[in-house]
Every structure is written in structure tokens, then in C-alpha cells.
Design a protein around this ligand. Structure first.
Ligand code: ASP
Ligand code: MG
Length: 412
């Protein structure tokens, strides 16, 4: 029988009532003839509570015990979901990660899935079981210890199961009814997108549209897993929600698919560094060693052999970036006059695979911002994305103006 993966996030299993509602959705797919793998998150708020308990008990905790504790929320929902299905006469049982087994690396609290042998679950399907309820977010290390995949990791569990079981589709049930052209809280004209390409979703996910864990989209793209994001709170038809799929499956799309933003960015300028071969490596090597997520980079024209180097990073990393640069300066690896941090900027990006074949997107974006009197501080482009840094106080205005300019409120 064809396999379907259905994932229910924390808000979709927050109460016994909601678990019952989710189980009914599962029952509908079972009656269509699917064998279903259900991936569950912990009840909403549970994981935060568990993390809090660990921190309170042991601020410099042993990461293996952190995982033992925070993975437990999913165990509860997996068992409750299996019981609920059994009450509905659907043959179901629960599986914890280690029982499947979901084999991961030993990077505790940020483990990666290495392998999911399908044999155990397939054997049960062969015996008449119709639903395998699997605790998301967790696995087992080569040392036999429980691991977790990082916050939001049950999305990644779901996609990995869909790949391992060659599922027809992976449905992600959540508290929103799909992926939007921009954040609906910021722009009331935001529209739900019916279909979006993996690459676009990846840009939107990493830019702060927090619907799916970024890693889950990377995995879906690699294994071509059809992903559907939909609401567990609405009656669903077969084409509900947003389908995240290969771009070949999208016939017609807007040049720009969405406007993403990241509120808390910082613009860092190293004033007067020597313009010589190796200078970029001498600056960005130490920043990368310090774990700074540098995004945009600009080197100004040089005068008398000296230049300014500007880069952007999240505001929360500014202090660490400053420290890394000061240390590199003390060690004589780089020399600069000053490091100026502007922490009042935000990043706004237009994303769309249509940009590959159509020109003029950048010009339109810059014109739109200039018509609103918004000054652009830094620009960066990729094949399918144009990002600008602007003063934070204009962020909302910029998102709305760009959403209008690219007519994202209209479907193609
Ligand atoms: N319960 C975990 C978290 O809150 C994993 C998940 O829900 O995806 O991060
Ligand atoms: Mg989530």
C-alpha cells in the first residue's frame, strides 16, 4: 500500500481534544488506503518547559542528559496518539526514535539523521498495522544514547521518514494554513501560496518565515519529497495548504514569490583596513571560527592602499564579532582604525525563481524603496534573491511597498 507521512506540530496536539481531531484526519487517509506514518511533536509549550528544567538543574548541563530530558515530550504525544487511534479501531502503535531506529550522529541537541532502516515498521505494516506513530525530533547515536535534532526538528524527522519510506507525500499539519507571500501580521494583503519551489522555500525559511525547519526543506529538496504545509484546524480538501515541490511542477509563477525579512540585523564596518591579498581571509576566517553568521559583504574602493570592509550579521552576534576582530588585531593578523556597529538595521528580501529568466527585478525593487524615501545601506543578490539592509523603522513599510509593487496579492 502507498505510504503517507503526516506530521502534527505542537499546537495540533496541544490537548487531548486536538489529538482526537488529528487522529480523525489520520483515519481519513487510512480509509483512502494509505499506510500512514504519523510524526508527532511534543504538546505545545512542553519542550520549552523541559529545557527550562534542565537549565535550572544544571546550567552547564551534560548534553546527553539534556537530550534524554527534552526528547521526552514527544514520547507522551506518540503514545497518546496511538491510544486515540486504537480507540477509533485503527490498528496503530507508537515508536520512539531508538526503536525504529532513527540513527543519528552524536552531536547532542543538534544531531543529524544518518539512516532510517524501514524494515521494522514495514514488517508491522505487513502484519496489518495501519499507522506507525513516531516520536519526532529524536534519534539514537552510534553510542546508543538518545539524541535530538535541534528545535523544530520534528519537521526534519517527517521529511526523513518520507524519503526513507518513499512516501507519496509528506503533510505537515500546523497552526497556519500554508506559506504566505509575506508575514500576514505585517502586511494584510499577504496571500497564501498554492505551490512554491524547494529553493524558494529554503530562502524564505532561512529568512525568517518560520513555518518549516530549514533543514527539513534542504532534505526535501535533496530527496525530492513533496511537502505540503496545511492547517490542522480547518476542514481540508486534497489541494489545501501550500505544496512545496520541484520547480518543474510549477507551471506558472510570479517573478517574485515572496518578501522575507529579518528584523534584527547589524551592519558592521571595519574602517581603514589594508587592501592587500589575503585581507578578506584574515577578517572572515576569525569571524567564521567565532561562529558568526556573516551574510552580506561589501568591500569599498580603496584609497592609498586602505579600504573599508562592511558585513552584516544578526544583532545578537555583534559582541562576539567585535571580540573576534579585536583579538585578530591584537595578534597582528589585521589592522583597522575602528569597528563601527549599526544595530538599527533590518534585512528585506525579494525571493523568486522567476528572477533567473527575467531582468529588472532589482531595478524595480530599488525604485520602490526610493519612492518611499527609504535609503538602502547594503545590497546583496543571488540567482533567486535580492536582499537590502535598511533602517529598522522602515522595515514594515518596505515589506508592504514591495508586496504591492510586485503585485503579490494577485495569484498568477
Ligand atoms: N518539540 C520540539 C521543539 O519544540 C521539536 C518540534 O516541535 O519540532 O522544538
Ligand atoms: Mg515547528
Amino acid at each position: 500500500m502507498p505510504v503517507l507521512v503526516m506530521k502534527f506540530g505542537g499546537t495540533s496536539v496541544a490537548t487531548l481534544d486536538r489529538i482526537r481531531r488529528a487522529a480523525k484526519r489520520v483515519g481519513v487517509e487510512v480509509s483512502k488506503g494509505y499506510d500512514v506514518i504519523v510524526i508527532v511533536s511534543a504538546m505545545s509549550g512542553k519542550t520549552n518547559e523541559l529545557v527550562g528544567w534542565v537549565n535550572e538543574t544544571s546550567p552547564l548541563y551534560d548534553a546527553r542528559e539534556y537530550d534524554a530530558v527534552v526528547s521526552s515530550g514527544e514520547n507522551v504525544t506518540a503514545g497518546l496518539m496511538a491510544l486515540t487511534l486504537q480507540e477509533m479501531d485503527v490498528p496503530a502503535r507508537s515508536w520512539q526514535g531508538w526503536q525504529v531506529p532513527v540513527k543519528t550522529t552524536s552531536a547532542h541537541s543538534a544531531a543529524r539523521i544518518e539512516d532510517i532502516p524501514p524494515e521494522n515498521i514495514m514488517a508491522k505494516f505487513g502484519e496489518g498495522m495501519r499507522v506507525a506513530v513516531v516520536a519526532g525530533f529524536q534519534g539514537v547515536s552510534p553510542e546508543g544514547r538518545i539524541t535530538t535534532l535541534g528545535r523544530g526538528g520534528s519537521d526534519t524527522t517527517a521529511v526523513a521518514f518520507a524519503a526513507a519510506f518513499k512516501a507519496e507525500r509528506c503533510d505537515i499539519y500546523t497552526d497556519v494554513d500554508g506559506v504566505y507571500t509575506t508575514d500576514p501580521r505585517m502586511c494584510d494583503k499577504a496571500r497564501k501560496i498554492d505551490k512554491i519551489a524547494f529553493e524558494e522555500m529554503l530562502e524564505l525559511a532561512s529568512l525568517g518565515a518560520k513555518v518549516l525547519q530549514t533543514r527539513s526543506v534542504e532534505l526535501a529538496m535533496r530527496y525530492k519529497v513533496k511537502l505540503r504545509v496545511l492547517s490542522s484546524f480547518e476542514e481540508q480538501s486534497d489541494d489545501a495548504g501550500t505544496l512545496v515541490c520541484d520547480e518543474d511542477e510549477i507551471m506558472e509563477s510570479n517573478v517574485v514569490s515572496g518578501i522575507a525579512y529579518s528584523r534584527d540585523e547589524a551592519k558592521m564596518t571595519l574602517v581603514s583596513v589594508a587592501d592587500r591579498p589575503g585581507i578578506a581571509a584574515a577578517i572572515f576566517g576569525p569571524l567564521s571560527d567565532a561562529g558568526i553568521n556573516v551574510d552580506m559583504i561589501i568591500q569599498n574602493i580603496s584609497e592609498d592602499g586602505r579600504t573599508d570592509m562592511t558585513f552584516s550579521c544578526p544583532t545578537e552576534q555583534v559582541a562576539r564579532a567585535q571580540k573576534a576582530m579585536d583579538e585578530a588585531k591584537s595578534a597582528g593578523e589585521i589592522n583597522f582604525q575602528d569597528l563601527v556597529a549599526d544595530t538599527n538595521v533590518s534585512k528585506v528580501s525579494a525571493v523568486g525563481i522567476g528572477m533567473r529568466s527575467q531582468s529588472g527585478v532589482a531595478a524595480k525593487m530599488f525604485k520602490t524603496l526610493s519612492d518611499e524615501g527609504i535609503n538602502i545601506k547594503v545590497i546583496a543578490t543571488s540567482e533567486i534573491k535580492i536582499s537590502v539592509l535598511i533602517d529598522r523603522k522602515y522595515m514594515e513599510l518596505a515589506v508592504q511597498a514591495l508586496h504591492d509593487a510586485f503585485e503579490l496579492d494577485k495569484a498568477t
